[in-house]
Design a protein around this ligand. Sequence first.
Ligand code: PGA
Length: 240
Amino acid sequence: MRIIICENYEELSEKGAQFFESQITLKPDSVLGLATGGTPVGLYKNLIKWNKEGRIDFSNVTSFNLDEYYPIAPDNDQSYRYFMNENLFDHINIDKTKTYVPDGLAKDPDAECARYEELLAQKGPVDIQLLGIGRNGHIGFNEPDTTLNAVTHITSLTESTIEANARFFDNITDVPTKALTMGMGTILKSKKILMLVSGKEKHEVLCELLNDDISTSNPATLLKVHPDVVIICDKAAYEG
Ligand code: PGA
């Protein structure tokens, strides 16, 4: 794993966006793996700005998001589909029919997960996968556990994740308790992985990721088996 330490969140967001700019410049029909949460918002702002300036052309790009709450409607303002439209897709020249997010309204969640995995197999592999990290080490919604899932699956959120995500909701009881998420194997199939880590509340989990052995109790440590992982963090996360 390679680590890039930035002065602050703004620098992290710019460096992260540069990886995407280079990727799309080198391969205009790139398959991007995208993430939600607070951390990638600054990176997406840069992509929007550079698209408007003509520096990046998304017209041939395909994207797959890591996860979606379940059950949730795509037009619910808490859904990850809504988040992606608001924070990126509505502001760039991407073909929305080529932006994939698991269907939070699927009647049969297992069938939806199998469909998503199959779609990734057909259109992938993902060229560059963007990741955040949960304070408990989750990536996507692969939560710490005694075992982890390889493929896209339905999962329950841990208390720690529900508490962390409550900041986006009026009330903690409104946070969905389940989600559909790419599995660890799905994520590890990406050619390149770019993880963003910002803020001192991520210091402890970043230290664990950098220093500890691979363990299912910190799913992000599994990234150590991947040949091309770049972690971009700010000083607050690195120094605590
Ligand atoms: P955050 O979420 O960017 O909002 O901290 C990261 C995550 O939970 O993966």
